[in-house]
Design a protein around this ligand. Structure first.
Ligand SMILES: N[C@@H](CCC(=O)N[C@@H](CS)C(=O)NCC(=O)O)C(=O)O
Length: 224
């Protein structure tokens, strides 16, 4: 059955490499599932987009008759019954998937948004007071320190590599890119181990290729 991944038509440089279509691409590569890519306009968002995703965000997938949004739900749908979300470990994998998205990612986004507000105020500003960012960093460090201990006891979160590791790695790559995993050697090794997987490398290459093609299309139409 043809699977279609829907992402934005173009985005500026700073989110590239971190847009959440990447986690979907990664799972599809792990599963060896071919897919098509369709785009929705980033500016302005379209009604057709809102009909698929009420918040006009990405990613969205279309799998046969089913249209699905929320990256966690998409990962579960794709992983269901495969080695990435096997029946006997379903509850444990789901627990770690939610930990990635609902515990760690929340702390990451809160802090990262403040960091970006300082760096790119035209998109994320106004920058918060320094002590607000410092507090967000402390909260993030609390989560990272706990995760460092938990991951020290295992290679992968739920026994074998799963959709939870895809989600957690994608979440941790954000603080890693800001140097905030220094001091967390276990988490740094975990991210490196996951990102060394051929499926991640292929997904990342295709993800970046998508934005390069989008740049070329804009240049050809005189928009760049
Ligand atoms: N909880 C959603 C978050 C989706 C999300 O924030 N997507 C970003 C791209 S990575 C987006 O579309 N941002 C634009 C916006 O929020 O308007 C998910 O995991 O799918």
């Amino acid at each position: 059955m043809t699977l279609t991944l829907i992402t934005y038509d173009w985005l500026p440089e700073f989110p590239r490499g971190f847009v959440r279509d990447l986690r979907v691409r990664w799972v599809l590569e792990e599963l060896g599932r071919p897919y098509l890519v369709e785009t929705v306009p980033a500016h302005p968002r379209s009604e057709a987009h809102r009909e698929m995703q009420p918040f006009a965000q990405v990613p969205v997938i279309r799998d046969g008759e089913l249209t699905l949004f929320e990256s966690g739900a998409i990962l579960m749908h794709l992983g269901e019954g495969t080695a990435l979300l096997p029946g006997p470990r379903r509850a444990e994998v789901t627990q770690w998937l939610f930990a990635a998205l609902n515990t760690v990612e929340i702390a990451v986004i809160r802090w990262e948004t403040m960091v970006l507000a300082e760096r790119i105020p035209e998109f994320f500003g106004p920058a918060p007071a320094g002590e607000v960012t410092a507090h967000a960093r402390q909260e993030l460090d609390t989560k990272l320190a706990a995760l460092e201990q938990a991951v020290a006891e295992r290679d992968w979160l739920a026994g074998a590599f799963s959709i939870a590791d895809v989600a957690m790695t994608e979440v941790l790559r954000v603080p890693e890119s800001e140097g905030a995993l220094e001091g967390y050697p276990v988490l740094s090794d975990y991210v490196a181990r996951a990102a060394a997987r051929p499926a991640f490398k292929k997904a990342m290459a295709d993800h970046m290729g998508h934005w390069q093609q989008a740049d070329a299309a804009r240049a050809a139409s005189g928009q760049a």
